[in-house]
Design a binder for this molecule. Structure first.
Ligand code: AMP
Ligand code: MG
Length: 335
């Protein structure tokens, strides 16, 4: 079985093709990079409308797959930016109609978990999902994925991007901040904002910008922001592991490409006697392959949608969608 997936929740338009053995046959992606400032939903959507047809073609070519071999078309239904989601959904509906194939809606956050789960071989890991717009700790319980902790204000990636721009850099800030942080050594005081299982970043944004305005060296600010923010994420992940009696963590989202975050989570999990896994960068960031793979899991359960019923859901919560492909027995045994 071969499934095609379309991702378009934020700045990345991507088409992926996977098999039922979770072989990734192709990922064709194109990221909208605003000339200045952050992401504008309408502009990003226009970008996606322009590039997606070419991405479909190039994914099919790379995969050496003909449209007649695609058994279903999956797309990210939410959460995400409305105009961006609609661009991807429109392409997916068009393909489903043109190829006469079922349409499978997929939750973007669940897709990050599922691709990491199949690649890691871990049966029931917890996900630390750290991306541009999302920051969540997610675990499976009683038939669906639950958000155990999350950001109370902005996503960690948006925080890093916004901060890097405020420090004179350009989008995307996460990778640039990571390089800058390697040159820093002094840990400057920043607000450490953990509230139970949740985190917040806006106080750290204000404080880091104030340090910059006062002339603190940028590498030290970058280093301190990374250490503080990733400690916060590692702490809530550890608390979730302890509460839910789990021992495995997978990472997902663009910020999970960060070596310091990976290392901090690995150290924490290994000290608890557990295992952590981060997918390769191409499958950590938003990508069509994770949508295709989760679409395949859903399709096998008959979770298809009519075109009329396939409206995008910009605020679709992780715990709103059922994940019946996870064994009910295994789920209850662990809750
Ligand atoms: P996503 O929303 O999952 O596509 O991820 C995009 C976000 O990941 C952006 O906010 C980037 O700044 C961030 N990002 C990408 N690479 C890194 C990195 N190496 N370290 C920290 N953040 C990163
Ligand atoms: Mg994402």
């Amino acid at each position: 079985m071969v499934i095609l997936g379309v991702e378009s929740t934020a700045h990345t338009a991507s088409v992926g093709i996977v098999t039922e053995r979770a072989e990734v046959l192709a990922i064709a992606s194109d990221m909208h990079r605003p000339a200045q400032g952050g992401i504008h939903p309408r502009e990003a959507a226009n970008h996606h409308v322009e590039v997606l047809p070419g991405l479909v073609r190039s994914a099919l070519e790379t995969a050496h797959v003909r449209p007649s071999e695609i058994e279903a078309v999956a797309f990210a239904q939410g959460p995400g930016l409305g105009p961006c989601l609609r661009a991807g959904a429109t392409v997916a509906r068009t393909l489903a109609l043109a190829w006469n194939r079922p349409l499978v809606p997929v939750n973007h956050c669940v897709a990050h978990v599922e691709i990491a789960r199949v690649l890691s071989g871990l049966d029931d890991p917890m996900l630390l999902y750290a991306s541009g717009g999302n920051t969540q700790v997610i675990a499976h319980a009683s038939g669906r994925y639950r958000v155990l902790g999350e950001t109370l204000d902005i996503g960690i990636g948006n925080f890093l991007d916004k901060l890097w721009i405020a420090l004179g850099g350009t989008f995307p800030g996460g990778p640039a901040l990571e390089r800058e942080a390697r040159l820093g050594s002094q840990l400057l005081p920043l607000p450490y904002s953990v509230h139970g299982m949740d985190v917040a970043f806006s106080g750290m944004f204000t404080a880091a910008k104030a340090l910059h305005d006062q002339g603190a060296p940028r590498p030290d600010i970058a280093y301190s922001v990374e250490v503080t923010a990733y400690s916060m994420l590692t702490e809530i992940t550890e608390r979730a592991l302890a509460h839910r009696k789990r021992d495995a963590v997978v990472l997902g989202g663009g910020v999970a490409c960060n070596e310091r975050l990976r290392q901090m989570v690995r150290t924490m999990v290994e000290e608890r006697g557990g295992t952590s896994f981060a997918p390769p960068a191409a499958l950590c960031v938003d990508n069509g392959a994770m949508i295709a793979w989760t679409g395949l899991l859903a399709f096998r359960q008959g979770l298809v949608s009519s075109v009329e019923g396939s409206a995008v859901q910009p605020r679709q919560r992780t715990d709103l969608v059922p994940a019946p492909w996870r064994s009910a027995v295994a789920a209850t045994a662990r809750t």
